[in-house]
Design a protein around this ligand. Structure first.
Ligand code: PEP
Ligand code: MN
Length: 358
């Protein structure tokens, strides 16, 4: 008899379980719709006032036997699970996220330079434009090795305000003249939204430096232009933060973003930064955007350029970035890390030799 009673009660519980299951999922799908509206409105998924109101309402209507504390604990779990669902749905929509293994962003520049197509692109040039002669001498060497993208840095974000800050617009004019002479495209670092129109006249690829990676207003503005953007990883930025910064540009309308890993701040002192090569591999896996390895700022020294270039190539990156100067000891910035022209040629030989090695 009591066995039958047990069976019957258990059947009732089974039915209620299914009802709760159905209600939970019904609730979850409504929450998903709420998440969509919140995304449109740009509001946060977490609304503490709304949560407090729901808990208060449950408490008011609770007739037991569960205590108010138990009911609140159970519902808090439901709220957490719902919020996780909203976040998961929002993430699935992230534009820079790779949706299939063969998805890749390939960027073609006006002079035919391509990045992201599976080849290994070298972006190089001096740390800063210092004079016409310095740019011309560098570009002539670069042209010998078929380099198509040159750094034409005219605004330098230096640690100290008393250090060389770049030649400004005059530097961009020099870079443009030299790049045109050798059929190269220019990439140059932009400091502020207000410079976009002026840069449009000189630059083929906009460049956002590490210190500006999280300047969301600048990123959104660069999303509205029709030229590619190089985005460098912030000094202490996580990969997630890095990709969200790229997302600002892409979601504002510009799909052509190139990511540069430039080393992150760690306790290590023998290198200027620590090259996060694992991060490069993860970025290649998580995103369809091209990834380039900066072997200059990540090291801060020229004597390990060759092994870092080999590592960059082996990591599956789409290219590397290295600084080259005709006379590094007298360079106005980053004297310790810029390669001499003979060192640049040796580096190019090294990575060409490795063409089939990996
Ligand atoms: C640069 O590459 O010119 C530069 C300033 O590097 P970062 O922004 O990574 O410090
Ligand atoms: Mn530099």
């Amino acid at each position: 008899m009591s066995q039958d009673r047990l069976q019957e009660l258990r059947s009732q519980v089974d039915v209620i379980n299914l009802q709760i299951l159905e209600l939970l999922n019904k609730r979850a799908s409504i929450v998903t719709d709420i998440g969509k509206v919140q995304t449109e409105l740009g509001t946060s998924f977490y609304d503490p006032a709304r949560e407090a109101f729901m808990l208060h309402n449950l408490e008011k209507n609770n007739k037991g036997p569960f205590s108010n504390e138990t009911i609140k604990a159970l519902f808090r779990e439901i709220f957490r699970a719902s919020m996780a669902l909203e976040e998961q749905q929002a993430k699935a929509k992230i534009l820079v996220q790779r949706k299939s293994p063969d998805q890749r962003t390939v960027i073609t520049l006006p002079n035919g330079a391509v990045i992201g197509d599976g080849s290994f692109t070298v972006i190089t040039g001096p740390c800063a434009v210092e004079s016409y002669e310095q740019m011309d001498e560098t570009a002539a060497a670069l042209a010998q090795r078929g380099i198509k993208i040159i750094r034409g840095m005219a605004y330098k974000p230096r640690t100290s305000p008393y250090e060389f800050q770049g030649l400004g617009e005059q530097g961009l004019q020099i870079a443009r003249q030299v790049a045109d002479k050798y059929g190269m495209v220019i990439t140059s670092e932009i400091m502020d939204q207000s410079q976009i129109m002026m840069f449009m006249d000189y630059v083929d690829i906009f460049w956002v430096g590490a210190r500006n990676m999280q300047n969301s207003f600048l990123l959104k503005s660069l999303g509205k232009i029709n030229k590619p953007v190089i985005l460098k990883r912030g000094l202490s930025a996580t990969l997630e933060e890095f990709l969200y910064s790229a997302e600002y540009i892409v979601s504002s309308g510009n799909p052509n973003v190139i990511l540069i890993e430039r080393g992150i701040r760690t306790f290590e002192k023998w290198t200027r930064n620590t090259l996060d090569i694992g991060g490069v591999a993860v970025l290649k896996l998580e995103s369809h955007l091209p990834v380039v390895v900066d072997i200059s700022h990540s090291a801060g020294r020229r004597d390990i350029a060759k092994p870092l270039a080999r590592v960059a190539k082996a990591s599956g990156a789409d290219g590397l970035m290295v600084e080259v100067h005709p006379n590094p000891p007298v360079a106005l910035s980053d004297a310790k890390q810029q390669l001499t022209i003979p060192e640049f040629h040796a580096l190019m030989d090294e990575i060409a030799d490795r063409e089939t090695a990996f």
